[in-house]
Design a protein around this ligand. Structure first.
Ligand code: 3HC
Length: 316
C-alpha cells in the first residue's frame, strides 16, 4: 500500500470535507484542524461553566418557587453542556487536566458575555432571551459542522437552549405586563445586555483571524457577521412584540436587503473584555479557581477509587 505524504493526506481530507463527510476522532486530520477544534471547543466548554455564575447569583433570590426551580434546572443544564463539550474535546487527544490548566491560568478564553454583572431579576430574563438566543443562532450552525462529536453535542445542547430561550422571554414578557417599575427594570436590562450579546458572535469578519480556516474546514458554516445579522433580524420583532426597544439609534429595517442595519459595535470594549479587563473578569476567574481548589478532594477520591477498582479487576 502506498504511503501518502502529508500533503496528499491533507488533499484527501479536504476532499472529504468538501463532500460533506463527517470527521470522527480516529480519522486522519491535519494537526491544525485538531488544534483549532481544541481551542474552540474548550473555550466553548469554559463558557458554559462560567455562564453558570451570573445566573447562579439569582437562585436564592428568584421571585417565586416556580422561578427558582426553573432557574436551578437551567443552571444545571449549563453544567451538563460544559461537561459534554469537555468530553468532546478529549476525543481530540487532549486531557481534561490540560484543558482545565489552560483555562485556570488564563491561557484559554471564555465568552465575553459572562463578564457582565446580573444586577436585577430582569437580567435573568435578558440572559435567557438574548444570550441563549445568540447561542442558539451560533450553535444550530455548529450542529452542521464537520467534526462529529462536536456537531452531535450541539444538536442536543440546542434543544435545551431553546427551552432556556423561551423561559427568558417569558420572564421579560411577564415583567412587561407588570408595573411601571417592572417595565423599566426589563428595559434597563436590555439596554445593558444588547450590545454585549452582539459581541458574543466575535469580531467582525475582516478582523477574525480564525474564521477563514474554520470555514474552509466547515467547522464554522457562516461568518461571525452573518450569524450576528441573523440574530438581530430574528430578535428585533420579538422585542417589539412585548414592547421592548434596543439601545441602537442607528437600527433600521432595510427594505432592499430585507435585513436590519445596525450601529457600530464598541470593539474597544470587546477587546478589553476578552483580554481580562471586563467588569467581572477577575471575579469570574477567582470563582472558578476557588471551585477547582475546593474540588481537589473529589478528584483525589475519584482517582483513588478508580485505582482500587483497577487493581481488584487485575487481581481477579
Ligand atoms: N468572547 C471571548 N472571546 C472571543 C469572542 C467572545 N465573544 N469572540 C471571539 N473571541 C476570541 C476568539 O476565541 C479568538 O481568540 P483566540 O484566537 O485567542 O482563541 C479571537 O477572539 C478572535 O476571534 P475569531 O473570530 O477569529 O474566533 P473564532 O473564529 O473562533 O470565532 C466564536 C469566535 C464565534 C466565539 C467561535 O469560536 C464559536 O462559535 N465558538 C463556539 C461557540 C461558543 O464558544 N459559544 C460561547 C457562547 S456561551 C454559551 O454557549 C453558553 C450558553 O449557555 C449561553
Amino acid at each position: 500500500m502506498k504511503i501518502l505524504s502529508e500533503e496528499e493526506l491533507e488533499l484527501k481530507f479536504q476532499e472529504r470535507i468538501d463532500k460533506g463527510e463527517i470527521i470522527e476522532p480516529k480519522d486522519w486530520m491535519p494537526e491544525r484542524y485538531r488544534k483549532q477544534l481544541i481551542r474552540m471547543m474548550s473555550q466553548h466548554a469554559h463558557s458554559e461553566i462560567v455562564g453558570m455564575l451570573p445566573e447562579g447569583n439569582w437562585i436564592t433570590r428568584a421571585p417565586s418557587l416556580r422561578r427558582k426551580a426553573v432557574l436551578l434546572a437551567k443552571v444545571q443544564d449549563e453544567a451538563g453542556h460544559g461537561l459534554y463539550i469537555y468530553s468532546g474535546t478529549e476525543t481530540l487527544g487532549i486531557s481534561r487536566d490540560q484543558v482545565m490548566g489552560d483555562f485556570l491560568t488564563g491561557k484559554a478564553k471564555y465568552s465575553s458575555i459572562f463578564n457582565y454583572p446580573t444586577l436585577t431579576w430582569a437580567d435573568i430574563g435578558a440572559i435567557g432571551w438574548l444570550v441563549d438566543g445568540a447561542a442558539i443562532v451560533n450553535q444550530t450552525a455548529l450542529a452542521k459542522g464537520s467534526y462529529g462529536p462536536y456537531a452531535r453535542a450541539m444538536v442536543r445542547i440546542c434543544k435545551e437552549e431553546n427551552f432556556h430561550h423561551k423561559q427568558g422571554y417569558e420572564i421579560l414578557a411577564t415583567l412587561m405586563k407588570g408595573s411601571k417599575e417592572q417595565r423599566e427594570m426589563a428595559q434597563d436590562s436590555i439596554n445593558r445586555f444588547w450590545w454585549p450579546s452582539l459581541m458574543m458572535f466575535g469580531p467582525s469578519d475582516n478582523n477574525s483571524p480564525n474564521s477563514a480556516e474554520l470555514i474552509k474546514w466547515k467547522v464554522k458554516k457562516y461568518s461571525n457577521d452573518e450569524l450576528r445579522q441573523r440574530f438581530i433580524d430574528r430578535t428585533i420583532p420579538q422585542a417589539e412584540n412585548i414592547g421592548l426597544t434596543v439601545p441602537d439609534k442607528d437600527l433600521k429595517w432595510d427594505e432592499e436587503t430585507r435585513h436590519y442595519s445596525h450601529g457600530e459595535i464598541n470593539w474597544v470594549e470587546f477587546n478589553n473584555v476578552i483580554n481580562g479587563r471586563g467588569i467581572c473578569n477577575k471575579e469570574r476567574m477567582k470563582a472558578r479557581r476557588d471551585a477547582h481548589e475546593n474540588g481537589a478532594w473529589v478528584r483525589e477520591a475519584a482517582n483513588a477509587y478508580a485505582r482500587k477498582k483497577a487493581s481488584k479487576t487485575k487481581a481477579a
